[in-house]
Design a protein around this ligand. Structure first.
Ligand code: FAD
Length: 289
C-alpha cells in the first residue's frame, strides 16, 4: 500500500497535504488551482476530504473527482476520505464504484460526525467500514487522536479503538491536529505498547487566526499550549503577522517531529498552498526530505 510505507527513501520522511473540495459552482476548476499550488510542495500524496452527509462520499460527490484530478493532472497519488456515519451498505458500494472508476486506490476510512438528531445508518464506527473497504482491495487509512477523540475521555479506550481499527484492516493512520508534540510522543508510545504497528502520520495545522483556532479547539478538543496563547494575544490586531507566526509554529513542529523519527508528516493546508510549500521547505531545510 504505497502511501502507507513506513520507510520513504533513505533519510526521507513521507510528506503529504490535505485539501478539501472547494465550495461553489466551479468546484473542479477551483480544485485544479489548489492542486497546482500544492504540486509545488512535491507532496508524496494529497488527501481530499469529504462531507459526512449524503452518500458517505460526500461534498456533492466531488471527492472522487478531485482525487482523480490530483492523480491524472498532477501525477500525485491521492487519498480519498470516506465517511460512513450516514451511509448505507448500498451507498458505500456505490461510492466504492466511483473510486474504482476514478482509479483511486487509497482511502481514509472515517466515521464522520452526525448532525443534530441524525442516527447512524449501517455503520456506527470507522472500524465497521474498514473491512468493507479492504474487501474492495483498497489501501485503507484511519484517523488517530493523540489527545483522544472529543467523545472519548478515557485515553486507554482511545488506544483500544485505534488498535481495533488496525485489527479491522487499517494500513496506516493520520492524526488529528495537535499543537504540542509531546502529546504525540506519549501517544505513539502508548500505541506501540498496545501493538499498533501501522505507520502513524502526524497531521499538523497552522493557526491562522483567532476564530479559526477557537473553532478547531472546540471541534477537536485539541489543547492550546501557552506559547500559542501568547502569540494570539501578541498579534491580536495584526492578522498578517499572526498568520506568519502560525505557519512558523507549524513548521517548527514538523521539523521537531521529523527529528523524532515519526512515520509521516501531513499538513492541513486548508486549500492555501503557500502553507504546504512553507512546510515542505522547512522540512527540506532540516535535511528531512
Ligand atoms: P471512530 O473511529 O468510529 O470513532 C468515533 C468515536 O467512537 C470515538 O470517540 C471513538 O473513541 C469511539 N469508538 C470507536 N469505536 C468504538 C466502539 N467499538 N465502541 C464504542 N466507541 C467506539 N470528518 C469528515 O466529515 N470528513 C473528513 O474528510 C474528515 N477527515 C478527517 C481526517 C483526519 C485525519 C481526522 C483525524 C479526522 C477527520 N474527520 C473528517 C473527522 C472525523 O470524521 C471525526 O473526528 C469523527 O468524529 C470520528 O471519526 P473516526 O473515523 O475517528 O471515528
Amino acid at each position: 500500500c504505497g502511501v502507507a510505507d513506513k520507510e520513504g527513501a533513505a533519510g526521507r520522511i513521507p510528506f503529504s497535504a490535505e485539501m478539501f473540495p472547494p465550495k461553489g459552482q466551479l468546484t473542479l476548476d477551483a480544485a485544479r488551482k489548489v492542486v497546482e499550488g500544492l504540486r509545488a510542495a512535491s507532496p508524496d500524496f494529497i488527501s481530499v476530504t469529504c462531507s459526512a452527509g449524503g452518500s458517505g462520499n460526500g461534498s456533492g460527490g466531488q471527492t472522487a473527482a478531485i482525487a482523480e484530478l490530483v492523480q491524472k493532472e498532477a501525477a500525485i497519488p491521492a487519498v480519498a476520505h470516506f465517511t460512513c456515519v450516514s451511509a448505507t451498505r448500498a451507498s458505500v458500494d456505490d461510492a466504492v464504484e466511483d473510486l474504482r472508476a476514478a482509479d483511486v486506490k487509497t482511502v481514509l476510512a472515517l466515521r464522520g460526525d452526525l448532525v443534530d438528531g441524525q442516527q447512524p445508518a449501517d455503520f456506527r464506527y470507522a472500524c465497521e467500514l474498514i473491512p468493507r473497504l479492504k474487501e474492495a482491495e483498497l489501501c485503507v487509512g484511519a484517523a488517530a487522536y493523540p489527545e483522544g477523540h472529543i467523545d472519548c475521555l478515557d485515553p486507554r479506550e482511545n488506544i483500544r479503538h485505534l488498535r481495533a481499527k488496525q485489527d479491522a484492516g487499517a494500513d496506516f493512520f493520520i492524526t488529528q491536529l495537535f499543537f504540542n508534540n509531546d502529546d504525540f510522543y506519549r501517544f505513539r508510545e502508548a500505541a506501540e505498547s498496545a501493538g499498533v504497528t501501522a505507520p502513524i502520520s502526524c497531521g499538523i495545522m497552522p493557526f491562522l487566526g483567532k476564530s479559526q483556532i477557537q473553532r478547531m479547539v472546540f471541534l477537536c478538543g485539541s489543547s492550546l499550549p501557552a506559547p500559542i496563547i501568547k502569540l494570539l494575544a501578541k498579534y491580536e490586531d495584526d492578522p498578517a503577522s499572526l498568520r506568519q507566526a502560525g505557519i512558523e509554529y507549524a513548521c517548527n513542529q514538523l521539523v521537531d517531529l521529523g527529528r523524532h523519527g515519526v512515520d509521516g508528516l501531513h499538513v492541513y493546508a486548508m486549500n492555501q498552498p503557500d502553507i504546504a510549500c512553507a512546510a515542505a521547505e522547512a522540512v527540506a531545510a532540516a535535511g528531512l526530505r
